[in-house]
Design a binder for this molecule. Structure first.
Ligand SMILES: CC(C)(COP(=O)(O)OP(=O)(O)OC[C@H]1O[C@@H](n2cnc3c(N)ncnc32)[C@H](O)[C@@H]1OP(=O)(O)O)[C@@H](O)C(=O)NCCC(=O)NCCS
Length: 219
């Protein structure tokens, strides 16, 4: 999958637009995003929540919110998409409304493979956010040295299956059953192919992480 990113860049994220022209901002998730994530989840339909978590879930809950936002940004990386033109769910918050999230979770004992997931709130679905996030996950994986992204999706999730089907994802039959399908997406793009501002911001994050490690080693 060859990526064609060439976006304006700022230190707090990347501004880009969905297929319908809606301008959005994408930035890494932070520990402060719990309330917005909670609100976005509650705005999603029961059906969308079920497609994401494979179960009927009314709320994410404290421990899941913490696990989803307080992340190491190395094995576990996540991005939020914000519509700055829509009012935030959080009173006094001026950044805009959280409309989607994508994450990639690796495991130390299975280097090279990371589990990926994404969710777009209902009013922003079928406007190109899913494809944008999938490309972002692929870019992130390429830069993080992940060789394979693994997705689990319900058989009935036509949108996700269609999205994966347009890439080089193949069904992993050994890990699939009649209701939950596992897809593997090989990451063949080299870092050189992730051009433009997206590559720059990912490099910037990687450099910051190295800086933090170096600083903590100095203690
Ligand atoms: C699945 C999901 C991530 C797709 O995101 P999205 O922003 O709606 O997708 P996009 O607008 O980028 O569409 C990508 C492609 O999928 C198709 N598509 C999206 N939703 C579809 C649906 N419900 N039925 C059929 N096709 C669909 C689009 O038409 C488009 O195809 P095209 O490129 O050939 O035109 C989103 O619907 C979602 O978050 N659903 C609820 C949670 C979920 O299912 N998460 C995935 C768990 S693994």
């Amino acid at each position: 999958m060859k990526l064609q990113w060439n976006l304006p860049l700022s230190s707090d994220g990347i501004e880009t637009s969905l297929g319908d022209g809606t301008v959005v901002r994408i930035r890494p998730i932070t520990v402060d995003d719990g309330p917005a994530l909670d609100a976005a989840f509650k705005r999603m339909s029961t059906r969308s929540r079920y497609l994401r978590f494979f179960t009927i879930r009314e709320e994410l809950g404290e421990s899941l919110l913490s696990a989803f936002t307080d992340i190491d940004h190395q094995l576990h990386r996540a991005w939020v998409v914000i519509d700055p033109s829509a009012a935030s769910d959080i009173e006094g918050e001026e950044e805009g409304r959280g409309i989607a999230v994508a994450r990639l979770i690796g495991a130390a004992d299975t280097p090279g493979i990371a589990e990926a997931s994404l969710a777009v709130t209902d009013d922003y679905q079928q406007r190109g956010a899913g494809r944008l996030l999938l490309e972002l996950l692929v870019s992130t994986a390429a830069i993080a040295g992940v060789e394979k992204l693994r997705f689990e999706t319900l058989w009935e999730n036509r949108g996700m299956r269609r999205l994966l089907g347009t890439l080089e994802a193949t069904q992993n039959k050994a890990l699939s059953d009649s209701s939950v399908l596992t897809y593997d997406l090989p990451i063949r793009a080299s870092a050189d192919e992730t051009v433009g501002a997206l590559y720059e911001i990912l490099r910037w994050i990687a450099a910051s992480e190295e800086g933090e490690v170096a600083e903590s080693n100095d203690d």
